[in-house]
Ligand binder design. Structure first.
Ligand SMILES: C[S@@+](CC[C@H](N)C(=O)[O-])C[C@H]1O[C@@H](n2cnc3c(N)ncnc32)[C@H](O)[C@@H]1O
Length: 277
């Protein structure tokens, strides 16, 4: 097997960081080289390339390779019911208020940067529980991500290991109710999957979809972008949101220093539009 040299010249390193930024908007500085090398070296070996210079040439000529590159350079960590405070807010605050204000409408939800789908299915389980108490309630969830590999996992709805253990700890009754266990794997039941769809999308582009979402989960992705990138992405997302729709961000993310059309509600929770309160 070809040994890929971890030490590369600064120009090649910068060129690779530039490709990460061009294709995903993710900003990587020099200290991220070890991480990037760790993620790419096996790909070079699989392609039987001896150097990163050779890899750059392949990357620049192949849209298919760009897809593999994006799969490898993105960080896709996620879990069911990540950040419990958000799910408490949805259950106790957002859902009752929204349903009371829109008794006949379908709640449109966008899990932007959905990764492998745990966030979208967490929302679906919560909404199903709400629907048991409010049979007229309807919802649709769109999950998008720039990386295709993770979207395939979301579409399959098959989970195992740490993330299922996490769900078992947090909400054992939901695991029992909404998943079918088989060997090591737990698969989302078709009834839950029916309300959730997945599709590729780069947040640096507007979503080509006329839907105006009532709730957007944009969590743990802004941290990878610089301020200008965050503002651009937030404006793209805002364009797909209904007036006064709710935006949820990740635990280490804040919009306070950014110029956006969002209005702060509570930590991690914002509303679209002027005068939101
Ligand atoms: C750490 S995961 C967050 C998953 C989930 N939202 C959560 O909070 O658990 C970040 C996701 O953002 C995606 N991502 C990175 N850059 C993106 C971009 N420009 N457009 C869309 N998704 C992007 C990655 O592929 C990755 O799956």
């Amino acid at each position: 097997m070809i040994d890929i040299e971890a030490t590369v010249d600064p120009a090649t390193q910068s060129a690779l960081f530039a490709r990460v930024r061009r294709h995903t908007g993710i900003v990587m500085a020099d200290r991220k080289w070890t991480l990037l090398h760790g993620r790419l070296r096996r790909r070079l070996q699989a392609l039987e390339l001896a150097s990163y210079r050779d890899y750059l040439a392949v990357l620049d000529q192949s849209a298919e390779e760009v897809g593999h590159f994006i799969d490898l350079v993105t960080t896709n960590e996620t879990s069911f019911f990540r950040t419990p405070r958000i799910w408490d807010y949805l259950w106790h605050g957002f859902l009752p208020a929204w349903h009371a204000a829109h008794p006949a409408a379908t709640l449109q939800v966008w899990s932007a940067a959905a990764s492998t789908g745990e966030e979208a299915y967490s929302a679906a389980m919560l909404f199903e529980e709400f629907r048991e108490q409010h049979p007229a309630f309807r919802y649709r969830i769109l999950g998008t991500d720039i990386a295709n590999r993770v979207l395939d996992v979301g579409r399959a709805g098959q989970y195992l290991g740490r993330n299922i253990d996490g769900l078992r700890k947090l909400r054992p009754a939901m695991l029992e109710k909404y998943f079918r266990p088989q060997d090591e794997t737990c698969t989302v039941l078709p009834a839950l999957r029916a309300g959730v769809s997945f599709r590729p999308h780069n947040l640096y582009q507007p979503l080509p979809d006329p839907t105006r979402f009532d709730l957007v989960l944009l969590r743990n992705v802004l941290i990878y972008f610089d301020e200008a990138g965050q503002e651009a992405v937030l404006e793209n997302v805002r364009q797909s949101m209904a007036e006064r729709a709710v935006l949820l961000v990740g635990e280490s993310e804040s919009l306070s220093r950014l110029r956006t059309g969002f209005v702060y509600q509570q930590p991690l929770i914002y509303r679209n539009g002027p005068g939101a309160g």
